[in-house]
Design a protein. Sequence first.
Length: 193
Amino acid sequence: MMVDIGDKFVIHINSEKGEKLIANLDYIKEAIKVDMESFRRTREAKKKVFREEFIGPLSKVYDAFDKSFASEIWKDIGKRCVACGNCTAVCPTCYCFDVADEIELNLNYGVRYRIWNSCQMDDFAKVAGGEDFRKTRDSRQRHRYYRKFKYPVDKFNRYFCTGCGRCSRTCMAQINLVETVNSLLSQQCQGIV
């Protein structure tokens, strides 16, 4: 995990594999006190930016998703979405993949490996026989939002959105996660859903 503190980055190493990756890199140094003070200021500034952006508490966010599966908001987002996959490419909690097979011509050997894939890609939900469970961009966008605010709460009692804002910043169609969630909250408050 990297945090930009201006002229440097603070790197958080959270695994043994990460430790091994940086072990012999002489340009990565232990953070000194000044760096950590700058990091704390940056972190505090970010907390202020993301504080109270939703127009309701997180408990209401879950309720809004519980009641908005058929909302017109998804159609609006689907019309704007260009299905580039930028939102999922930068999301720290998106981890979907596909499996690819490369078979030798003699059919005796081959390699199977994972490749990154995204629920925003056109063919992601296609299965054998050509059936596609999420044919439209609005259904794919809705699925992405539900994977952050509804499904993980049901299963793990946690939201999977970190609040980093990367998806909103990289979206070519300027779809903003906070605006979308606030629209759902607003609809719930008005009893539209």
